[in-house]
Design a binder for this molecule. Structure first.
Ligand code: GLA
Length: 398
């Protein structure tokens, strides 16, 4: 069987297992069978970091790993929640009168989705929801967006509502921003709801125009290796909000609605504050790198990978030196991967913890893993985790 065939079989088996486990959890906690099981994937981002909230471009792809929810409608107007990952932490929430601040912990994500849908005019019913996930948490792979999107799809399906996916992504983001209180952009929810297998999603975060870009590194003989550095990533920690504020200030000082409106990094020279200048330079150059990767994938998909690899490494340097959101384990993982033959690599997501994405020639995969593990062991760091990623499908009913 081909690599792709094997990967597909493995994915289908994993999906069946997730659905079965979610149903079992539902039965054990609530009794009976759910009305259905919905799955939404986590994401990795090929290029365009901290560009989404600057109205710029991002190029994420969906992972095979995701959050599965087994759900059934209930008539009592309440959301009953349980999670395989947090068996001690169930919740029951009345939907009428629900407001931000009333729910904390993981339950705030599903509750926030119900709240955002209702605030958006969608009368979603009460429901019993059992949640299971195989997205590593705190790894910067958007386990929270996956949870939001799985719940959003389940609740709207249960209500018989057909909400256009871009709108659903916006409502899931609203749950995260206004209910949970994390000031994230639109990338993660869009990736989870809009990506297609074998493609990356080019999203223009100003117009919200989405294009599917064929992206299949395996065909070019390369692999996408995600390295979980085990340094936990927490968006609520403040630095993310600080970067957003710095970008907004830089745009104001330059007299543009957002940094997206700058196309030449020379324009950032007008900023006298060196920190704001670096922040703006990252955003301008990363937007340009997204468009370069898209052009490479469109014109020469097979030969594109060495060039894309070089762009990934440039992006890492920009995130490390200009945007200052990298962390020691990510820098060491990127260096070790490059020395062992990776075509390129960079931190992904918000930063300060989480994962590195390395683009690796098929033949160098084991050497790269060994080099990164060795570099971590040499520093007495926790053993990193490895995940081979394949651009996968968006959220769906299983
Ligand atoms: C997090 C946010 C996204 C995006 C990235 C950085 O993942 O949720 O909206 O801003 O950080 O690119």
């Amino acid at each position: 069987m081909t690599d792709t065939g094997q990967a597909r079989e493995a994915r289908e088996a994993q999906e069946a297992k997730e659905a079965r486990e979610a149903r079992e959890l539902f039965g054990a906690r609530f009794g009976g069978a759910p009305d259905g099981v919905w799955q939404a994937p986590g994401r990795a981002n090929l290029m365009g970091e901290h560009t989404d909230y600057n109205d710029g471009y991002v190029l994420p792809f969906a992972l095979g790993q995701g959050v599965a929810v087994a759900a059934a409608r209930s008539a009592d107007g309440r959301l009953a929640l349980c999670s395989r990952q947090r068996p001690a932490d169930g919740a029951e929430i009345a939907l009428d009168g629900l407001a931000p601040g009333q729910v904390t912990g993981w339950a705030a994500y599903p509750a926030g989705v119900a709240w955002a849908l209702r605030s958006g005019g969608y009368r979603v019913p009460g429901a019993r929801i059992a949640v299971g996930s195989d997205v590593p948490e705190g790894a910067g792979l958007s386990s929270s967006a996956a949870l939001e999107c799985a719940v959003a799809l389940a609740l709207t399906d249960l209500a018989g509502l057909d909400v256009p996916r871009p709108e659903l992504a916006g409502l899931a983001r609203r749950a995260e921003n206004d209910f949970v209180g994390v000031p994230s952009g639109i990338m993660d929810q869009s990736a989870s709801l809009l990506c297609q297998p074998g493609h990356a999603l080019l999203l223009d975060c100003r117009s919200l125009e989405a294009s599917q870009i064929p992206f299949d590194p395996a065909q070019g003989g390369s692999r996408l290796l995600l390295i979980n550095t085990r340094a936990r990533h927490e968006l609520t920690a403040g630095e993310y909000g600080r970067r957003r504020a710095e970008c907004a200030r830089a745009a104001r000082l330059l007299g543009v609605p957002s940094l997206r409106y700058l196309t030449d990094d020379g324009e950032t020279a007008r900023l006298s504050d060196p920190v704001l200048r670096r922040r703006a330079r990252h955003v301008v150059t990363d937007n340009a790198r997204v468009l370069s990767v898209v052009a490479l994938l469109r014109s020469a998909p097979g030969d594109a990978y060495p060039k894309i690899g070089a762009l990934l490494t440039q992006a890492h340097m920009s995130l490390r030196d200009d945007f200052e959101v990298s962390w020691p384990e990510a820098d060491v993982a990127v260096d070790a991967a490059l020395h062992a033959g990776a075509l390129g690599g960079r931190m992904i997501g918000g930063g300060f913890g989480g994962s590195v994405l390395a683009l690796v020639p098929g033949g160098a995969r084991d050497a790269v893993r060994a080099a990164v593990s060795g570099a971590f062991a040499g520093r007495s760091w926790t053993e990193p985790g490895f995940l081979e990623a394949a651009p996968s499908a968006s959220a769906r009913r299983l």
